[in-house]
Design a protein around this ligand. Structure first.
Ligand code: ADP
Ligand code: MG
Ligand code: MG
Length: 249
């Protein structure tokens, strides 16, 4: 589904990703872990198509298409979607309108018409209940006055409504108490199926007790220095990144 090959990325003249390769197949959940500043957010932002990053070398292919030729909107419509690390506020725009507009843009790209209002309401009510969110959320401006936990739930709600083929979630667990994390994790798990892939960027192992990844990659200084299964995350939790850094060096 996604193939990243020898990716080098520069931000404001500094090389952040230094030859990163990664293959994600449909149905797989991959976790990217690593110390602060290692380039985790940069990786997901570059795949999603954020503009401030310069790809100086390497390729990204998604379903056989050259991702680097697609803008961020095209990528989202093709099912390649990044949640917000620190979700932005959009003053005055109600959550429900943003969700509907995003869903309709995606349907249009698939040659479908606008979703009929009753169908949309049914969908949204079901998803909002599964995230244990109050329906009043829908009428509030996007993320305005939301707590950290509410923003994270809202981010997963967007994913549940838009059903991307490749969902990328950056630090979806940061700042959540254990109950909120369980709700968020069960939302992520409900996204899992044979056709969808998920890329989870996370600093801590805790989330991975609830969303068990197929593969874990350790990113240090712009390179994947180790890959393994869920056991690798537990090893990191026990030993930290230091041991890994030494063995990589
Ligand atoms: P992580 O998510 O692993 O903590 P990031 O990808 O956010 O790491 O950042 C990697 C490095 O790139 C850091 O040194 C950070 O300061 C730098 N960086 C990231 N984004 C920008 C930016 N927009 N402008 C300047 N430097 C950036
Ligand atoms: Mg190289
Ligand atoms: Mg980050």
């Amino acid at each position: 589904m996604l193939e990243v090959n020898d990716l080098h990325v520069t931000v404001e003249g500094n090389e952040i990703l230094k030859g990163l390769s990664l293959t994600i197949n449909p149905g797989e959940v991959h976790a990217i872990m690593g110390p602060n500043g290692s380039g985790k957010s940069t990786l997901s932002a570059v795949i999603a198509g954020k503009e401030e990053y310069e790809v100086t070398q390497g390729t990204i292919t998604y379903e056989g298409r050259d991702v680097l030729e697609m803008d961020i909107e095209e990528r989202a419509r093709a099912g390649l979607l990044l949640g917000f690390q620190y979700p932005v506020e959009i003053p005055g725009v109600k959550n429900i309108y943003l969700l509907k507009a995003a869903l309709n843009a995606q349907r249009e790209a698939q040659g479908l018409g606008e979703i009929p209002a009753p169908e949309f309401m049914k969908l949204i009510k079901e998803k909002i209940a599964s995230m244990q969110m109050d329906a009043s959320f829908l009428q509030r401006a996007v993320n305005e006055g939301f707590s950290g936990g509410e923003k994270k739930r809202n981010e997963i709600l967007q994913m549940l409504v838009l059903q991307p083929k490749l969902a990328m979630l950056d630090e979806i667990d940061s700042g959540l108490d254990i109950d909120a994390m369980r709700v968020v994790a069960s939302g992520v798990n409900s996204l899992r199926n044979d056709e969808r892939a998920i890329l989870l960027v996370t600093h801590y192992q805790r989330l991975l007790d609830y969303v068990v990844p197929d593969q874990v990659h350790v990113l240090i200084d712009g390179r994947i220095v180790r890959s393994g299964d869920a056991e690798l995350a537990r090893e990191l939790e026990a030993n930290g990144y230091e041991g890994i850094e030494e063995s990589a060096a």
